[in-house]
Design a protein. Structure first.
Lengths: 128, 362
């Protein structure tokens, strides 16, 4: 996915449209903050989430955290590759390191999220 | 926040810094797993200047140390170092430490960073009047060179072959006109050395090691390396709340001899203890963390003190204080890691063991 076309959360997830499906991942900023990622627990396909609900669990050598749903939707597919080789998320967070795909996303929900420019400002100093 | 003499070098190298034991320390440079793997496969160096260093002088120094520490300072030969504890009267662990015998009546005690002040006050208040103790942490710097290639690197650095030096032995050398102490020891489970140099020489020494091809490694890798090697960390596995008996470290205690805490630990060894430190492994990559609770069914049977993915192992491991009762016939158990429980089983805490065909190792 092209980072400039994505929408971003304050919790450092991204979401982007791919046809009728929406792809979710964590940002490059987030993977750098986490350090070496060692474990990802993926959501089961068919499961529905509201925006802000915990979608997946991600762990690095040092910390464990949640990946929150950037928008409501139903899991269409999870990226089995990152379960086997979590380092892919470090290597390619906007590409091969995607976390899951959601269907049924209401696109107006994304209006609340940051654009790439807004996210760049947010991560450069807007953070507490 | 205190800085080690290498602080600016770490910042210059782009290290991620964080507080540890009162110091702003490098957690990682290129990444914890890369640094961990470099230590296992070749060699890395760690800034360990944050650790406390006290020198002891005087004809009563060996008497004092044998009373204040679990080691027998009299029996420790010159040129050797040995691991042990500083205990309270009730056996609680004030610190773990390594004692070096520098001369007949001269010793160096190396302690943890966060406990340095507490240790110093405790020891000074209990030493005899004739013994002189000085905190030389600021003036004598420390660097750990760890990994299977460390003997070749040390030979290049000192221009002397040190491969015949055995583990927990040290030598005195000269480097660029200043005295250096080099012991074959470390905290990674690999072959390695700990180097002590006057602080004003530590930046040039660091740069010399960089030139020799040694990569820097941070406290993140130091933690995963020691955990795989089954080595305890003060503040996690060891604390004033436990004695070496609960910690399963009886092998480091003198059978005889009067040292502070001796009676308490001997009583505990005789009567037994309710909880013991144990290693555990997890079938997958998900880690348990410090403070997580262990369960057998609905019964709380222990508390995790450290846990991490083991980069060399490919699965998660850790330490936990477990009910002695459960450890009698240890089976599988569960650890509550937050929103769910994960399956774990008791394992020998030395999860990683290096191959010991190098000449210097016993």
């Amino acid at each position: 996915m092209k980072p400039e076309t994505l929408r971003y959360t304050k919790e450092h997830e991204w979401i982007g449209q791919d046809g009728a499906i929406w792809v979710v991942g964590i940002t490059d900023y987030a993977q750098k903050q986490l350090g070496d990622i060692t474990y990802v627990e993926l959501p089961k396909p068919g499961k529905s989430f509201n925006a802000g609900e915990s979608l997946a669990v991600i762990e690095s050598v040092k910390v464990a955290g949640d990946i929150y749903a950037p928008a409501g939707g139903t899991v269409a597919e999870s990226n089995a590759a990152v379960e086997k080789s979590p380092e892919i998320v470090n290597q390619d967070p906007y590409g091969r390191g995607w976390i899951c795909k959601l269907s049924g996303v209401v696109s107006t929900e994304l209006d609340k999220l940051m654009t790439a420019d807004q996210y760049a400002v947010f991560t450069s100093g807007g953070r507490k | 926040m205190k800085h080690t003499p290498l602080h600016d070098v770490h910042v210059e190298l782009g290290a991620r810094m964080a507080p540890f034991g009162g110091y702003d320390m490098p957690i990682q440079y290129e990444g914890i797993i890369a640094e961990h793997n470099s230590t296992r496969s070749s060699v890395t160096m760690f800034d360990t200047c944050h650790m406390g260093r006290f020198v002891w002088h005087g004809p009563s120094a060996a008497d004092d140390l044998s009373r204040l520490l679990t080691q027998d300072a009299h029996a420790l030969e010159e040129g050797r170092c040995r691991y042990g504890f500083i205990l309270r009267e009730d056996g609680g662990i004030l610190d773990d430490q390594i004692l070096y015998r520098l001369g007949l009546s001269e010793f160096m005690l190396v302690v943890n960073a966060g406990t340095r002040q507490k240790d110093f006050e405790w020891l000074v208040a209990r030493k005899s009047g004739a013994t002189i103790v000085r905190d030389i942490t600021e003036s004598l710097a420390k660097l750990d060179i760890q990994g299977p290639s460390s003997p070749a690197i040390m030979a290049g650095f000192l221009d002397r072959d040190v491969s015949a030096m055995r583990y927990f032995r040290f030598g005195r050398f000269e480097w660029e006109g200043v005295p250096a102490i080099v012991s074959r020891s470390g905290y990674t489970g690999e072959d390695g050395f700990e180097l002590y140099l006057p602080s004003e020489k530590i930046v040039p020494a660091w740069r010399r090691f960089l030139d020799l091809g040694v990569k820097p490694a941070g406290l993140g890798a130091r933690d995963t390396l020691r955990l795989e090697a089954g080595l305890p960390l003060y503040g996690h596995e060891l604390s004033e709340e436990v004695s070496p008996v609960e910690a399963g470290m009886e092998r480091y205690l003198r059978r005889n001899g009067l040292y502070i805490g001796a009676e308490a630990v001997r009583n505990k060894m005789e009567t037994g203890v309710k909880t013991r430190l144990a290693g555990f492994k997890i079938a997958g990559r998900q880690s348990a963390r410090n403070g997580n609770t262990a369960f057998s069914g609905d019964r709380n049977i222990g508390t995790v003190t450290s846990g991490s993915f083991g980069p060399t192992l490919g699965y998660a491991i850790g330490f936990a204080y477990m009910e002695t009762e459960f450890l009698r016939s240890p089976g599988k158990f569960e650890i509550d890691v937050g929103r769910r429980r994960i399956d774990a089983e008791i394992a020998q805490p030395q999860f990683y063991r290096r191959s010991r065909n190098e000449a210097g190792n016993t």
